[in-house]
Design a protein around this ligand. Structure first.
Ligand code: CDP
Length: 246
């Protein structure tokens, strides 16, 4: 029997988890949580728990994969076997291979790979607990792990999904909305609002997609603020120290 809720949004416009249509779930981040990685970030977003680790830049082997003028950004998204209700079979799957590919590409416009010819920058995103929106959660954590590793970047990348339930667009789908909703549109973007990842599951009209993108932009603005606050609390004292020294 399906446990699809009868209604996703009540008469007051409130969703099953208490949010309004344009609200994202609470997000917390902590950088530098792994001492053996060059950069890392642990992120919680609603009930999602994700760990991102960055290694590199380092020389890429086998050498035939090296790019003479730039570094290769290699991204691996993985769901832990215990991260979902039904145990996930360990190892790569079609889904994780696809998510890894498009998530890595989401960083192409911002990572300044030209400084590290023939090198590789490895990004590992481990989903420890999944509750819808894990690819976007992983991208938000990976951005901070890349900065934590000291990788030069033109700016940050944030990601959030929008979808449709009860005929209405809703931001940052929760699990029932993702499972039983009419559409899921995960998007990643730069701080300039340039879209670097866009996938779609389900059906939306062109007008709904355009309105959905605007909702995601607002969600990503909030995520950029959370990311910047984390950066300020980790690195923000440098300027103050310099001022004190003068
Ligand atoms: O997580 P995301 O929304 O990026 O990807 P999805 O393929 O739309 O999956 C939505 C959710 O379904 C995940 O966050 C998991 O909670 C769940 N899922 C699962 O239980 N088992 C899988 N093999 C894949 C996903």
């Amino acid at each position: 029997m399906s446990d699809k809720p009868e209604k996703f949004i009540d008469e007051n416009g409130i969703r099953l988890d208490g949010r309004r249509a344009d609200e994202i779930r609470p997000m917390t981040v902590e950088m530098g949580v792994l001492s053996r990685a060059d950069g890392s970030c642990y992120l919680e977003w609603g009930n999602n728990k994700v760990l991102a680790a960055v290694y590199g830049p380092r020389e890429l082997h086998p050498r035939r994969l090296q790019r003479p003028g730039e570094a290769l950004v290699r991204y691996r998204y993985n769901m832990a076997a215990f991260s979902v209700e039904d145990r996930i079979r360990p190892g790569p799957s079609r889904r994780s291979t696809e998510i890894s590919k498009v998530s890595g590409e989401a960083f192409e416009p911002v990572v300044m790979t030209q400084y590290y010819p023939s090198a590789v920058i490895d990004v590992f995103a481990e989903v420890l607990q999944a509750d819808a929106g894990t690819r976007t959660a992983a991208i938000n954590a990976a951005t901070l792990a890349l900065v934590d590793a000291g990788i030069p970047m033109k700016g940050l990348v944030a990601a959030c999904a929008v979808g449709k339930v009860d005929g209405q667009l809703v931001l940052d789908l929760n699990k029932p909305e993702d499972n039983y909703g009419d559409a899921d549109l995960p998007i990643a973007m730069t701080e300039d609002g340039d879209i670097t990842l866009l996938q779609m599951d389900g059906n939306l009209t062109v007008d709904e997609i355009n309105r959905g993108i605007e909702m995601v932009k607002k969600g990503c603005e909030q995520i950029f603020e959370i990311q910047k606050a984390a950066l300020m609390s980790k690195f923000g004292t440098i300027e103050e120290e310099e001022v004190l020294e003068d």
